[in-house]
Design a protein around this ligand. Structure first.
Ligand code: NAI
Length: 340
């Protein structure tokens, strides 16, 4: 309640999109699934982001506690918790960015596609609410299988008449984060300087890191090294699932990656130039309707979907072999949304 009244006071006194004491415009971010393994650290990281003025934390349960806890941190964002479907509308209203880490994670032996039956329905209902309460928000989809949940979201928005392909993103940033870390370790270059594009999708072989375009460039890596780095990036999620031995999948590194991507979206919205991140978006880079590649972010979301650049024979082969699986996952998502 005190958070609510603080929100009202702030709303009443600011009166415009700009705070007198803050140079950044007001931006509301909603996290759906905020009480979960990813949701909690992601809530923390978004509370630390000075671009966020309002942070709405939604889950089916548990969010009042997370919100009360995070709200005591002395940073700009005003935090409010929302629990249960009847509060979803209030959580979403006025959001500029909605981040979705809601749904079940993998256990050892499971693929991301094994999550489809549960998570597809969750994503569908959350996106139906987004179409109703904040149809203009940028949507950052974390819930797996991303290769299917993004197409589901697009169909839900199409049905509602609110679909804008510039505003729907599958979050593949963790693949980039992993590729950077593993490359830096192997090439012995400072990790903070490393960049590696990762294209395709977000599951197994559909994750295609383009180490030939990694910077700083190195000739210290053999073909075998590149193959091993590629495989480790593709299996990074499984590495964590196995190490956690039944207690879930990546949460802390995913929260970090989700926070990086949301920050890029906010910077784009605020007009900061040259914000480029990899993301799984509607695309004409290949013949597939959705594909992850570098994307330039701007005031309306996707400003430009960038091409793949030149690929090595190894990367070309990886691209061709990922297409059938990615195509099937996209079609599975679209079929689900059309039939349910
Ligand atoms: P978790 O089980 O710890 O948390 C999920 C949260 O979602 C729970 O708090 C649960 O109450 C909530 N939830 C369930 N149904 C909901 C609904 N209808 N509305 C709102 N909230 C709902 O799971 P964790 O580890 O946080 O993972 C979440 C998702 O993120 C999983 O699908 C996982 O596979 C995915 N993931 C995606 C990654 C990526 O790179 N895109 C990386 C790691 C995980």
């Amino acid at each position: 309640r005190s958070v609510d009244s603080a929100l009202r006071r702030r709303g009443a006194s600011s009166g415009s999109r700009l705070f007198s004491s803050e140079s950044a415009p007001e931006r509301k971010v909603a996290i759906l699934g905020a009480a979960g393994g990813i949701g909690q650290p992601l809530s923390l990281l978004m509370k630390l982001n000075p671009l966020v003025s309002n942070l709405a934390l939604y889950d089916i349960a548990g969010t009042p506690g997370v919100a009360a806890d995070v709200s005591h941190i002395n940073t700009r964002a005003l935090v409010a918790g929302f629990a249960g479907e009847e509060e979803l509308g209030k959580a979403l209203e006025g959001s500029d960015v909605v981040i979705i880490p809601a749904g079940v994670p993998r256990k050892p032996g499971m693929t991301r596609d094994d999550l489809f039956n549960i998570n597809a329905g969750i994503v569908k209902s959350l996106c139906t609410a987004i179409a109703k309460y904040c149809p203009n928000a940028l949507v950052n989809m974390i819930s797996n299988p991303v290769n299917s949940t993004v197409p589901i979201a697009s169909e839900v928005f199409k049905k509602a008449g609110t679909y804008d392909e510039k505003k729907l993103f599958g979050v593949t940033t963790l693949d980039v984060v992993r590729a950077k870390t593993f490359y830096a370790g192997k090439a012995k270059v400072p990790v903070a300087e490393v960049n590696v594009p990762v294209v395709g999708g977000h599951a197994g072989i559909t994750i295609l890191p383009l180490f030939s375009q990694a910077t700083p460039a190195t000739n210290a890596l053999s073909e075998e090294d590149i193959k091993a780095l590629t495989k480790r990036t593709q299996d990074g999620g499984t590495e964590v699932v196995e190490a956690k031995a039944g207690k879930g999948s990546a949460t802390l590194s995913m929260a970090y990656a989700g926070a990086i991507f949301a920050d890029a979206c906010l910077k784009g919205l605020n007009g900061v130039p040259d914000i480029v991140e990899c993301s799984f978006v509607q695309s004409s880079v290949t013949e597939l309707p959705f594909f992850a590649s570098k994307v330039r972010l701007g005031k309306n979301g996707v400003e430009e979907v960038l091409g793949l650049g030149s690929l090595t024979d190894f990367e070309k082969a990886g691209l061709e072999s990922l297409k059938p699986e990615l195509k099937a996952s996209i079609e599975k998502g679209i079929k689900f949304a059309k039939e349910n």
